[in-house]
Structure formats: C-alpha cells, structure tokens
Design a protein around this ligand. Sequence first.
Ligand SMILES: Nc1ncnc2c1ncn2[C@@H]1O[C@H](COP(=O)(O)OP(=O)(O)O)[C@@H](O)[C@H]1O
Ligand SMILES: [Mg+2]
Length: 330
Amino acid sequence: MSVKQSENKNRAKPENILVILGGVSSEREVSLQTGQACVDALNKRGYKVRVFDWQKREATQLLQAITTPTPDVAFNALHGTCGEDGCLYGLMECCAIPTTHSATLASAIAMDKLMTKQLLEQSGIRFPESMKLEVAVGNERQESPIPVPYVIKPIAQGSSIGVVRNLEKGKPLPSSRQFPLMIERYIHGREFTVGVFKGTALGITEVIARQGEFYDYKAKYNEEMAASHVFPAKIEHKLATKICKWAELAHKNLGCRVISRCDFRYNPQEPEEKNLYMLEINTHPGMTGMSLVPEQARGVGIEFEEIIETLVLDAWQKKEHKGKRYEAAN
Ligand SMILES: Nc1ncnc2c1ncn2[C@@H]1O[C@H](COP(=O)(O)OP(=O)(O)O)[C@@H](O)[C@H]1O
Ligand SMILES: [Mg+2]
C-alpha cells in the first residue's frame, strides 16, 4: 500500500468513490440504471465520484480502473455474474480496496439458489422443492423430475432472465443449456418481496404481474408491461411478521451487509405449515427507478441516499476488520 493510500485510510469518512457499473453479465443493462441512480445519490451527498463502465472480461481495463487512482471505496453497482457473486469483492479484497455490499462468501452463496436453499433451510426457512436439472441433449422428452406445475430457471442468474414456467403437462424440457438450470415446484398464489436494511425489514411489497403473466424481465423493467407494487402489502399481521422474520433471518445467517432483498411466494389455499416459501435472497437488489428497495425505503421515510451512503460507510469501516473472514452481520 502506498503512503498516500494509508494516509487516506485514516480519514473518518471516505472522499473518493469509484462506482463500478455495467459489467459483463446478462444483467448489464439493469446495472447501468442501478449504477446511475447510485452515482446521483453519491453526488448529492457530496462525494467525489468516478464512474467505471466495466465492459470486458479481461485484466487490463479492470485493473487499471481500480488502481489509477485507487479510490477510498469502490461502490459495486453490478448485478449478476462477476459482480453480485462475490468475484469482484474478492478481487478488491486482495487489493485492499474497501468495497460495498456483502462480502465474497455471502454473495457467492446468495447467487446460487440451490446453495442458498440448502443453507437457509437449516434456519427453518421454507423453500419450494427443487433440484439441479440434468437433461441430456436430445432427451428433452424425458419425464420431468418434478411434476407440473414447475419453473425452470438458471441456478445463478437474476432479473428473471431465463425463468420459464410450465403449468401444464406435455411440454418438453428446455433444450437450451446456456446456464446451469434448476427445476422447482411452481407455487401458485401471491408474490411478496422484502428489503432488509441494516438487519431490519423495510416492509413487504406485494408484486402483482399483469393478468396471466409472472414477474418476468418485462414486468420488472419495462414501464408499459410493469407489474404493480402494493406497499405495504395488504396481508394479515401474523403472515407479515413471519415474512419479515424470515427475510431478517436470511440476511443475518448468510452474513449479508447493509442491504438485501428476499422474494417469496404465498399460496393462501394451502395450510399454514406449507403456504409460504422463500425463493431467493439478493445481495445486490436493483436500485433503478422501478426497483423495489428504493420504493420501500421511501415508503418508510428513509431517503435513497441514506442507503447508498450507508453502503459506502460500511465498506470504509470494514477496513478495520481486515483479516477476519466472517464479519459481524448487519
Ligand atoms: N417456484 C416458483 N413458483 C412461482 N413463481 C416462481 C417460482 N420461481 C420463480 N418464480 C417467478 O419467477 C420470478 C423470478 O424468480 P427468482 O427465483 O426470484 O429469480 P431471479 O429474480 O433471480 O431471476 C419470481 O419473482 C416469480 O415471479
Ligand atoms: Mg427474484
């Protein structure tokens, strides 16, 4: 570490922030929007912001951007592969550059839906029955390992990319092998999502997709096809308490930092012991104009800028804990 870099680290507050956005995953477009919102928030709070639009998976461009000059804090505004899965965090940790959001281990587990399920079921959180989908090419007519209705989705992607529902018998399994896939029992009913900020649930949003649709990419990011959001969700107190408790538990037990968002399905036709299911936890929830966490924060009187600044300050404080693999969860 240079003398200049070590002097900088003694400041109470960071000054220079490098926002890394775009990225090399299938969620690049979403990250460009998330990143811009974060840049605006940091500018509003008076930070000196440099933006790096990461476009290529090769060493020179990335290493140059993160080291010339080395920022006080790197703000990771990426979604998906290489950004949200702990890879970038790990690289930054090796370079001793404080970086926002959850650390490598929590991010890597959260990115893998089957791994998340395995870990969080031990905390008493229920997930739908699911498994890795192995289909030999040319064998798409084989019997599905889970009866209809089911969804097939990538094990480690986001933004609903590649999620396919099969509600009726007779459809072949997908022949596309772009990503490792899982198959999961489809949960009929309602959909909820909960942001957790500093360990506490912000509240519950019900996401209502257009008639006959589900919460797919268009419903998330296309204003004309958008799902409606009801915040706070109109549900009974007991159910709301359980949903929030599961989201907070997932955040804590995975070791997430500052912010996360959990998605749920709820089937009111089922008895209480099998009507609520967590689908996943996101360590880099979207921060676009249509995203759920900023909306929930606004709804409970927390400014968007406060979340973004808390991420930066948390990263800056984490430098005190270098060498400790597991940090206090909050
Ligand atoms: N088991 C399931 N039952 C019903 N709907 C599901 C199920 N899994 C996924 N979906 C639908 O697909 C959307 C995206 O799936 P999710 O598991 O949250 O992955 P991601 O958001 O990371 O792409 C969910 O918001 C939901 O609408
Ligand atoms: Mg989701």
